[in-house]
Write a protein that binds this ligand. Sequence first.
Ligand code: GRF
Length: 204
Amino acid sequence: MARKRTAILISGRGSNMAALVWRADGEPDFPAEVALVLSNKPDAKGLEFARNAGIPTAVIPSKDYGKDRAGFDAAMQAELRANNIEIVCLAGFMRLLTPEFCEHWMGRMINIHPALLPSFKGLDTHARALAEGVKFHGCTTHFVTPGMDEGPIIMQAAVPVLDDDTEETLGARVLAEEHRIYPETLRLLASGALKIDGRRVKSG
Ligand code: GRF
């Protein structure tokens, strides 16, 4: 079966992007290939990794578009179309997408969030988890819908919160799980295993 052409959208470090690339490149039978890394920030660290890995990259600076979200999303859409992209993975992509863009990619666009959704949507999730005193924290992969961090949940991984945890130590424990579940989520999606049933996603 042809591998699904996948774009990864980044804004920064790109460690989840690297995890996706390693898994896709490392397994001959992996059902997706990373065909494009697109950044809205010209200086995103992850771009360097992608270039070194020989993956086509594109930069569409969102600051050039200011508040014109529709214009920015149209530019991204054109780039995705030009590269025959079938699946979109958001990986630390720090820009809200228009409802139209989300509708277009519904069921084919996924995100990773560093918390156990629906708890701790938004930013600074590790600091907020510590402040709330939760005993378990973690990460979530989900389909992207117009509401931020709201789409149907695909996979989650939980980690214990330890007494001496800081934002950094807890974040590192969560990140290790992100790097495990995001590639697995992409595998499930690209192989056609995921079925959306209302808020629930089934992979049986
Ligand atoms: C990750 O924690 C991810 O869950 C969140 O943004 C961070 C991006 O890190 N959406 P990286 O760029 O993948 O290293």
